[in-house]
Design a protein around this ligand. Structure first.
Ligand code: FAD
Length: 390
């Protein structure tokens, strides 16, 4: 029986491990933290994306559309809380309407059912919303991703799952891959790197020279005070600016009934920097040395400054939300936990748009798996497992 080592116990690593186990491999999962899903997977919006935003034919588009269905099915079959509640993308002024139409065309190209509706129709879904037009997407849902991971761990019963086990060094010896951990060396026939915010470093440990480096973008959230949750029934998103890599702050009803507002996007001062005061000189030096950082900073200077100001001011954050739902005020917002996105950047300063998966003999490296990779995790897993077999 083939022995495969998976580095990373987020939703991508655990999904890959389960898929390999289903196909008959013996799996070892190495996770550096004391629990599963402690980073991106446990700090996100909990949205089962429909797949409307992504370039037709891209891995993101295909895996989001297929993953929306497969993740919902998995949740249903395994008693994981989820709901297909649908969402609204709202144009708040006439200028945004052409972009809303472009989004509707993209949804159609990706095979995502979505319909353009009037402001009055939008208010039937969300009575407090303010818009001039909207796109209604029925297949978007919400799910408890950490509970998905807990279920994946149960599926892996009998395999070798190790917490507190950072991969410290990797080498290939003949037909074998060896991974050094504080508890000793783990040996396998193949290695899969699903290390999220550290995926580029793990790839380098394995001898690869990936062109892209990971830039950590913190996404901060507020929560609506419990007595103001009634302002939002489901998911309300702005029309995204195609020049920017993220979707814009939105209002999201979570599966536990709370309503989250966010996330914004500010450069984190540490790969796992959940607060401004979390700072790592080594991570900063890495980011500063990478030529792409300065090109990116120049390109998005104005947006970057605005994002920092909004991060520091609840009033500004509330003002962004009030564009979508005017009744939301500063006093309605309570700080919630932030998340940090692992976004791969190239030396020319461009952000890698699609999922990025590279292979080397006996190794597969998932080098860019930002949103919607939680939605698409079971599909990414099938793709990666197929590559190991080749
Ligand atoms: C703010 C935010 C909002 C988002 N919203 C959504 C959403 O609504 N819907 C959606 O589909 N996606 C969303 N995403 C994206 C989604 O969360 C990620 O795409 C997904 O969780 C990536 O999973 P992962 O397993 O690759 O990474 P992670 O969950 O980060 O897991 C990687 C794991 O690798 C471990 N690791 C790292 N280095 C090592 C090492 N050397 N040895 C051992 N272990 C190691 C880490 O500890 C970590 O547990 C969001 C992300 C963020 C940050």
């Amino acid at each position: 029986m083939r022995q495969v080592i998976v580095i990373g116990g987020g939703i991508v690593g655990l999904s890959v491990a389960r898929e390999l186990a289903l196909r008959g491999d013996a799996v070892t999962v190495l996770e550096k933290e004391g629990g599963w899903a402690r980073h991106q997977t446990g700090h996100n919006s909990g949205v089962l994306h429909a797949g409307l935003y992504y370039r037709p034919g891209s891995l993101k588009a295909r895996m989001s559309v297929a993953g929306n269905a497969s993740m919902a099915r998995y949740a249903e079959e395994n008693g994981v809380p989820f709901e297909i509640c649908g969402k609204l993308v709202v144009a708040t002024d006439a200028e945004e309407v052409p972009r809303l139409h472009a989004l509707a065309s993209r949804a159609e190209a990706n095979g995502v059912p979505a319909k353009l509706i009037t402001a009055a129709e939008a208010r039937e879904y969300e009575p407090e919303v303010s818009c001039v037009a909207a796109l209604r997407v029925e297949s978007t849902g919400i799910v408890d991703f950490p509970a998905v991971c807990a279920s994946l761990v149960r599926d892996l019963d009998g395999h070798d799952l190790r917490l507190h086990s950072p991969a410290l060094a990797i080498r290939t010896r003949g037909e074998e891959v060896e991974v050094a951990t504080p508890q000793g060396v783990v040996r396998g026939d193949a290695l899969i790197n699903c290390a999220g915010l550290h995926s580029d470093r793990v790839a380098r440990l394995a001898g690869l020279r990936p062109a892209a480096t990971i830039v950590p973008f913190r996404g901060e959230y507020y929560e609506l005070r419990s007595d103001r949750r009634n302002l939002v029934r489901g998911l309300i998103y702005p029309v995204p600016d195609p020049a920017l890599p993220f979707l814009g702050v939105h209002l999201t009803r979570m599966i536990d009934g709370s309503v989250h507002a966010g996330p914004n996007a500010v450069l984190a001062l540490r790969r796992e920097g959940y607060r401004w005061r979390d700072l790592s000189p080594a991570d900063l030096v890495d980011v500063a040395r990478f030529p792409g950082t300065w090109k990116l900073a120049r390109r998005f200077a104005r947006t970057g400054v605005e994002e920092v100001l909004r991060s520091l001011s609840r009033k500004r954050f509330a003002a962004s939300l009030a564009r979508l739902v005017p009744a939301v005020g500063e006093a309605d917002l309570v700080r919630a936990e932030a998340g940090v996105r692992a976004q791969a950047m190239l030396p020319d300063g461009s952000l890698v748009d699609d999922f990025l998966i590279e292979s080397a003999p006996r190794q597969i490296h998932v080098l860019n798996a930002p949103s919607p990779a939680a939605t698409g995790a079971l599909e990414i897993a099938k793709h990666v497992a197929g590559l190991v077999r080749d």
